[in-house]
Ligand binder design. Structure first.
Ligand SMILES: [Zn+2]
Length: 258
């Protein structure tokens, strides 16, 4: 008889999610952070509460996460909050934003919002920081509105286009999302991460003809990628599929070749 035994989390609060690569399995997923009660279970029936904890970046693929006691999470949050106050006093906007995000990661949205509310609301960095925070709470409509506001003030803001793209894709507006993602890549010619995300989204939708040039750009920026097993396998597959697709299109229109 196989006894199914393990731990799981109930009564989740202060939930956040970031779509990112899992540091354990290397795949891109919606990584979840939350505060919850941890229970031991047998056959998924909870029977012993272990305690409350802050779960950080739980991967739905490999199930790995970083667990932290509530006290430790609160201490880390207080430390970030004090650092944010210092940054505000010194007029260091970027550092204040970074510490506001740390407060949010440890579960305190009010504290994070409190830091942002004391900065210039018209500053593009603040608009996008607020948009990212709302995105982490899956408030897609508000995220989209803030991104559009930031982009209309600064049309060449690659981060704004990227965040808008991610939000549109997440709320199933795929075509517009992919177009925004391509624009973000064009505006940031050295951004490897934007291209890696674009590659992931195009591959997922089997858009082989569009995928190949993006993969070429990735190799140009980071030649080591061509040695990566998964990357080269995807590249070969994309090449084959793209060739087949081009051949089918030529068959349909025999005069195109002349
Ligand atoms: Zn994982």
């Amino acid at each position: 008889m196989v006894l199914i035994f393990g731990r799981f989390h109930l009564f989740k609060r202060q939930r956040l999610e970031v779509r990112d690569w899992c540091e354990h399995c290397g795949k891109r997923f919606r990584l979840q952070s939350y505060t919850a009660w941890e229970f031991y279970h047998v056959y998924f029936i909870p029977f012993i509460p272990v305690g409350r904890l802050r779960v950080m970046n739980k991967c739905p693929g490999c199930q790995k996460y970083l667990g932290m006691s509530i006290k430790k999470a609160r201490d880390a949050m207080e430390e970030a909050s004090a650092a944010a106050e210092q940054a505000l006093a010194a007029g260091n906007v970027d550092e204040a934003i970074e510490n506001a995000f740390t407060c949010l990661h440890f579960g305190d949205y009010e504290r994070a919002e409190g830091v942002l509310s004391r900065l210039d609301p018209g500053d593009g960095r603040i608009l996008l920081a607020r948009a990212r925070m709302l995105r982490m709470q899956r408030q897609f409509t508000q995220t989209e509105a803030l991104c559009r506001q930031a982009i209309s003030a600064e049309p060449e803001n690659a981060e704004g286009h990227y965040l808008l793209a991610e939000t549109l894709i997440e709320s199933r507006q795929i075509d517009e999302g992919l177009a925004e993602m391509k624009q973000a890549a064009e505006l940031a010619p050295d951004a490897l991460d934007v291209r890696m995300v674009l590659m992931d989204e195009l591959a997922k939708r089997k858009l082989w003809l569009e995928l190949l040039p993006v993969m070429d750009e990735i190799v140009a920026l980071s030649p080591d990628m061509s040695q990566d097993k998964h990357f080269s396998r995807l590249y070969k597959k994309a090449e084959k599929k793209a060739r087949r697709k081009a051949a089918t299109q030529a068959d349909k229109n025999p005069y195109q070749a002349y």
